[in-house]
Design a protein around this ligand. Structure first.
Ligand code: SF4
Length: 691
């Protein structure tokens, strides 16, 4: 069957999966998605996409989509009208607020919803409920990186654009499986290497595809990255490789920082990280001698008990070598979800209004109160609870109600056994999603939302680039765009905001939050885009820090640190460490990718990677059934014997399995940002009878 050209609708959309932010045309006829067509005008990807952006769209028309609100009654869900469901949600949230206080209600915004929808989520929490307890999934991934950037250079976003990464003389990948998690950026790095001789340095406990292509691949002991980063910085300072002029004119605390580096000798780093001294020197020389360095990091750094410190150490290293504020330089935390950057930018954070404006600052509060037409006292100055605290506090009834939008918390949080227990203790739980997710199974009310191809809005990618997406088809059944649901809900709680189009929401944000001052839908029309901060005249900022840093005096800060051991270690009972991460084909809990048979068939089963040396020692063969047990629980799955992992480190994908990897992970977390240390899980492995 083929469709004639005039019957085909071509709609510009932005990918719903990772933070690269690829945009393309979606060709549809009625609800049929005929193909995804990349176009040269796309600012990030041009004519490239990866397998997910190109093919993983079957979920849109899945028969499992939610098409009507559901209310739990006597332990079962029954269909309900929007009027009944929204009235119930409004009434119960206001009752709990009035009876127990605003801070007993927590909101988790979606990293898949639009910027405008993130804004409305926090507006309901702050203005109507009166709490700052609003967060998003960046708590579980890149908040430690953001903290490291706040401490050193000032903005919680990538220092430049993907074009800067392409033009760098040296690209460093740390704890980032770029080829599988951000494939289109990886393709650009591969091309730059091949065509221009760009140098590539990879540091990772797992030998991923980019490691195989690297000029230098280094395998540190897991959770020790802060030590090698500090040792390289010390070597660069001690051996005349630092950018002296830059340090003198643009950086504060140089001497304090230099003093803090005293313990970080090459010998100490070799002992702690198990990286041979010669490799440490080679890496330091590569960095010190390169004209321009981009350093990319991801959850291999952040999901540890001291991920914020390690992220800070990486940014310190870039400062020492003068790699900020020039084309082809800077720190680049690779954002995971397509709009995890936007969810934070637009205020789904416990301590920040949209545009990273502090909730605890009285002047800031007065500004937002005036914009929202209320007395300042109506808005809380107290920092709220984050995702991690909300779930912990549900167990003790400090949190009594949760409103979760598009997040698979019941699968993605660490130690899911405890998470489920907390959810069961809640008085009231609302989930707004496109499927009855594992999280929605705990809800009292489920509100059916729309995926991006059925609505309009903007997403912000990893390089702070704001792009519009347009509806390729109408909402399925009685589902609704999240911004409409939230607007309706607010009206039922006495706040008639009257938004008729998401552009009005963006105009409102632009009128309040400084970094979005010049953002509007006209300037983002079609394939146009803007990287924040955007001045009122519409000038955007692809490369940050060209005129100084985002600090009080415009200077960067070298932030002194101390080495701290990871919170969970191997012992005689749990003698292995479990690493985990994503695969190219799937995304998160497979709620979307798992509904594309062609993709699901490529990786149908969950597995654990075992090193050849460990397999030989334990009698494990490729395909053996094994049981992996942590201090929290056990899972059974097949072993894949591969030299991608080494020694006593195992690796599991995060996507599949029942009960899933977070049945094993624990609640130990980074105390600075409350990010669980997913990648510090001590386990043991046992061979199972063949099933
Ligand atoms: Fe989508 Fe990311 Fe793939 Fe681009 S690289 S098509 S944004 S999943």
């Amino acid at each position: 069957m083929y469709w004639r050209q005039p019957e085909i609708k071509k709609t510009k959309t932005v990918c719903t999966y990772c933070g690269v932010g690829c945009s393309f045309e979606m060709w549809t006829r009625d609800r049929h998605i005929l193909k995804v067509q990349p176009v040269v005008e796309a600012p990030v990807n041009g004519i490239s996409t990866c397998i997910k952006g190109k093919f993983a769209w079957d979920f849109v028309n899945s028969p499992k989509r939610l098409t009507t609100p559901l209310i739990r009654e006597q332990g079962r869900f029954r269909e309900a009208s929007w009027d009944e469901a929204l009235s119930l949600v409004a009434r119960r949230l206001l009752e709990i607020r009035d009876e127990h206080g605003p801070d007993t209600i927590g909101f988790i915004g979606s990293s898949k919803a639009s910027n405008e929808e993130a804004y409305l989520t926090q507006k309901i929490a702050r203005l109507i409920i009166g709490t700052n307890s609003v967060d998003n999934s960046s708590r579980y991934c890149q908040n430690p990186a953001t903290k490291g950037l706040f401490r050193t250079v000032g903005y919680g976003g990538d220092a430049g654009t993907i074009a800067d990464i392409e033009q760098a003389e040296l690209v460093i990948l740390v704890g980032s499986n770029l080829a599988e998690n951000h494939p289109v950026i990886a393709a650009k790095v591969k091309a730059a290497k091949k065509l221009r001789g760009q140098k590539l340095l990879v540091l990772d406990p797992r030998k991923n595809e980019m490691a195989e292509r690297a000029d230098l691949f280094i395998r540190p002991k897991t959770s020790t990255d802060m030590v090698w980063a500090s040792a390289l910085a010390r070597y660069i300072l001690d051996n005349g490789l630092a950018d002296r002029e830059f340090l003198e004119s643009q950086v504060n605390q140089v001497e304090e920082y230099r003093k803090s580096l005293e313990p970080f000798t090459l010998e100490f780093a070799e002992e702690v990280t198990r990286i041979p001294k010669a490799q440490l020197i080679e890496a330091a020389e590569m960095i010190g001698q390169a004209e321009s360095v981009c350093l990319l990091w991801a959850m291999g750094i952040t999901q540890h008990s001291h991920g914020a410190d390690t992220s800070t150490a990486l940014s310190n290293l870039l400062l020492v070598s003068g790699n900020y504020g020039k084309p082809g330089t800077g720190g680049y935390p690779m954002r995971g979800h397509n709009n995890v950057q936007g969810a934070s930018d637009f205020g789904c954070l416990k301590n920040m209004y949209p545009g990273y404006e502090k909730v605890s600052d009285e002047k800031t509060r007065a500004k937002w109160a005036q914009a929202w037409g209320v007395e300042p006292e109506r808005l809380s100055l107290e920092v709220g609870s984050d995702n991690f605290q909300m779930v912990q506090d549900a167990d003790t009834h400090k949190i009594r109600a949760m409103f979760i939008i598009g997040e698979e918390t019941a699968f993605a949080d660490a130690n899911t056994t405890n998470v489920h227990k907390g959810f069961e203790e809640l008085e009231f739980m609302v989930v707004q999603d496109i499927f009855v997710s594992r999280t929605a199974e705990f809800a009292d009310v489920i509100l059916p939302a729309c995926p991006s191809v059925e609505k309009e809005g903007t997403f912000t990618n990893t390089e702070r680039r704001i792009q519009r997406f347009y509806p390729a088809m109408p909402p399925l059944g009685d589902s609704r765009p999240d911004w409409q649901i939230l607007t309706e809900l607010a009206a039922r709680m006495g706040h008639d905001w009257g938004y008729a189009h998401p552009s009005q929401i963006m105009d409102e944000v632009a009128g309040i939050a400084d970094i979005f001052a010049g953002v509007n839908y006209e300037r983002l029309e079609g394939w146009k885009s803007q990287c924040w901060p955007v001045r009122a005249d519409g000038t955007d900022t692809p490369l940050l820090y060209t005129d100084g840093f985002h600090t009080d005096d415009g200077k960067a800060v070298l932030f002194p640190l101390e080495w701290k051991e990871p919170d969970e270690a191997q012992d005689s009972e749990y003698d292995l460490m479990l690493d985990n991460g994503r695969m190219l084909e799937h995304f998160q809990g497979t709620n979307q990718t798992g509904r594309s048979p062609a993709i699901d068939d490529l990786v149908p089963n969950w597995f654990v990677e075992v090193s050849p040396e460990l397999a030989t020692e334990r009698g494990i063969e490729d395909g053996s059934w094994v049981k992996v047990t942590s201090r929290r629980g056990s899972v059974e799955l097949r072993a894949v014997v591969t030299d991608r992992v080494a020694g006593t480190t195992l690796f599991m994908p995060i996507h599949q399995g029942k009960p899933g990897i977070n049945h094993l992970t624990g609640e130990h977390h980074d105390p600075v940002v409350n990010t669980p240390a997913y990648k510090e899980t001590a386990v043991r492995i046992e061979l199972m009878p063949q099933g």
